[in-house]
Design a protein around this ligand. Structure first.
Ligand SMILES: CC(C)(COP(=O)(O)OP(=O)(O)OC[C@H]1O[C@@H](n2cnc3c(N)ncnc32)[C@H](O)[C@@H]1OP(=O)(O)O)[C@@H](O)C(=O)NCCC(=O)NCCS
Length: 290
């Protein structure tokens, strides 16, 4: 089989091809998160390797593709940082590699493997083709907007705890929920996550929102129920990013993005992309195993 566990001695070869592709920093982070040994040329920051591991695809014994596999919990796995060396692209390596990794996840007892990929409104991408060919389901298309250093004057009513948000989300047919945990990860809304999800249930004015605080300075808000009036709800949410060095990640169905972003611009006229705001939208695909 051409897949193998990534070993620290492979790092220079992986770096050589991954550096020529986009977002090499992300690949480095993933290697760090899953390593419990020193990687050449890398500064280790984690104290414990995250479960799952990094994998490579070998061609004549040499790594030509890389991918991280994260076991998010006992049911779910996540694939991230897939990179295929430029000269080996469009030969079906990413598709076959992904399929092999489904097998690794299934052998480890996982029932779902998720990926996310940039959402283009009117353009296709090789990942959409691969996901389709591998029978993955499109579980969510969510906008993910990040805010930081917003004006202190933004204030709204405090979110009130709201019991049973998991049940509310399940009733709407939502299948995935964005959590900010070491990067761009999503968990499936499955019954085993009920307690964890319910701990983050709040109401802002009358709108249910899910608030997760997984990093010291970052707050993630999932807004999956459409508010009656965005201008009524958004100040409370945006106020989470008014303190210095705090940031807010807001996830919501991509179909609302024009409305949300227009309202935010009205509330914060000085908002500037790259200076205190970064918008994007992502597709979450899931493979349901056996
Ligand atoms: C994205 C990437 C991993 C794909 O790897 P790959 O090995 O070339 O992919 P595969 O050959 O397995 O599959 C690509 C499929 O998409 C198709 N494809 C290529 N360009 C496409 C496009 N613009 N739109 C739709 N489909 C496209 C190919 O025809 C192929 O389908 P086929 O097998 O039916 O011919 C690789 O290009 C890469 O490393 N890119 C840079 C990093 C990156 O974007 N990673 C993904 C992060 S989510």
């Amino acid at each position: 089989m051409p897949i193998a566990r990534f070993r620290p001695r492979m790092y220079p070869e992986v770096e050589a091809f991954a550096k020529k592709l986009k977002w090499f920093g992300y690949v480095k982070e993933i290697v760090n998160w899953h390593s419990d040994t020193e990687i050449p040329g890398q500064r280790r920051r984690t104290t414990r390797a995250l479960p799952g591991g990094c994998w490579v695809w070998l061609h004549r014994g040499r790594p030509v593709a890389f991918c991280g596999l994260r076991f998010l919990n006992r049911q779910d796995a996540w694939l991230y940082g897939m990179r295929v060396a430029k000269e080996f692209q469009n030969r079906g390596i990413a598709r076959r590699f992904t399929k092999e990794l489904f097998g690794v996840a299934a052998d480890a007892g996982r029932k779902w493997v998720g990926i996310n990929t940039y959402h283009y409104r009117d353009k296709s991408s090789s990942i959409y083709t691969i996901a389709g060919k591998l029978g993955m389901k499109l579980d969510a298309v969510h906008a993910v907007d990040v805010y930081w250093e917003l004006p202190k004057s933004i204030r709204g009513p405090r979110p009130r705890p709201l019991p049973g948000i998991y049940e509310r989300y399940s009733a709407t047919g939502e299948r995935a929920l964005f959590f900010d945990d070491h990067g761009w990860l999503w968990y499936r809304l499955n019954a085993q996550r009920r307690k964890q999800v319910n701990r983050g249930g709040f109401a802002v004015v009358d709108t249910p929102v899910h608030i997760a605080r997984y990093q010291r300075n970052g707050v993630t808000v999932n807004m999956l129920h459409r508010p009656r009036d965005f201008a009524e709800v958004l100040p409370s949410i945006l106020s989470k990013a008014t303190a210095k060095k705090k940031w807010l990640t807001l996830g919501y169905p991509a179909g609302w993005s024009r409305r949300v972003r227009r309202t935010v611009r009205e509330l914060v006229p000085e908002l500037k992309k790259g200076r205190n705001y970064w918008p994007s939208a992502w597709r979450v695909y899931g493979k349901y195993l056996g």
